[in-house]
Design a protein around this ligand. Sequence first.
Ligand SMILES: C[S@@+](CC[C@H](N)C(=O)[O-])C[C@H]1O[C@@H](n2cnc3c(N)ncnc32)[C@H](O)[C@@H]1O
Length: 252
Amino acid sequence: MYRDVSSCNTYNYGDSLYWDARYIQEGGSFDWYQRYAALRPFIRNSIPLSSTVLMVGCGNAVMSEDMVEDGYEDIMNIDISSVAIDMMRRKYEYIPQLKYMQMDVRDMSFFPDESFDGVIDKGTLDSLMCGTDAPISAAQMLAEVFRLLKPGGTYILITYGDPTVRMPHISRRVFNWKITLYNIPRPGFHKSESSTSARKSYLEPIPLAENGLLPADFVLEDPDSHYIYICKKINDTNIDNIPAYQLTADVL
Ligand SMILES: C[S@@+](CC[C@H](N)C(=O)[O-])C[C@H]1O[C@@H](n2cnc3c(N)ncnc32)[C@H](O)[C@@H]1O
């Protein structure tokens, strides 16, 4: 089922009030899924250091700080939670490369078209997928991300969602981008000695099957692993050769 609520718990991850309350309660910082060090090869490979970067749903993660330490020069961070944005703006007022704005990722009309070279999403589409009207929210968010990317720019989606639940949303024909998929284990995961996976490195892309799904012989070593979708906005007006995977009634 494409709605994919399996990883949503009883909290409403699509609700700004939930996030405000959580950030008031927790303070500090927390990175969902992965730290920058593990994602660095993928990000550095597709988003050059001189890029204008948009971090959607930044929360209180240190990811953007780590990216600036690595040499990124211009990162705009947005989040629906004003609590998170106020905290982060105060915390990083001494780092001019980091900017923070409270904003709903489904309506980023504040920014003109083609404002960014790269957009990074770690857990934000996943949060919308747990909210009410999830497919509509996802479509609104992805349309905004696509609009804001310069031609040739890249959207990097880091998610627990495998291609059965994410491809129908990201590969719609209106989005003219080339998608490359990776899978990395959760931090601290150790491969079992009996693993039958033939993969030599997590840096190898996963060849997608004709239908846009994982190939039949793909062995998922870690069931709690994360997928990285690298979506490069194509500069080409001919979109006929870009596959689109069907939205089914489950998605809508
Ligand atoms: C799972 S957390 C991920 C936070 C951070 N990216 C990380 O990796 O640690 C999801 C974030 O998305 C934000 N969020 C949820 N819905 C949003 C929306 N409609 N617009 C912008 N941000 C949203 C939440 O406030 C939260 O900070």
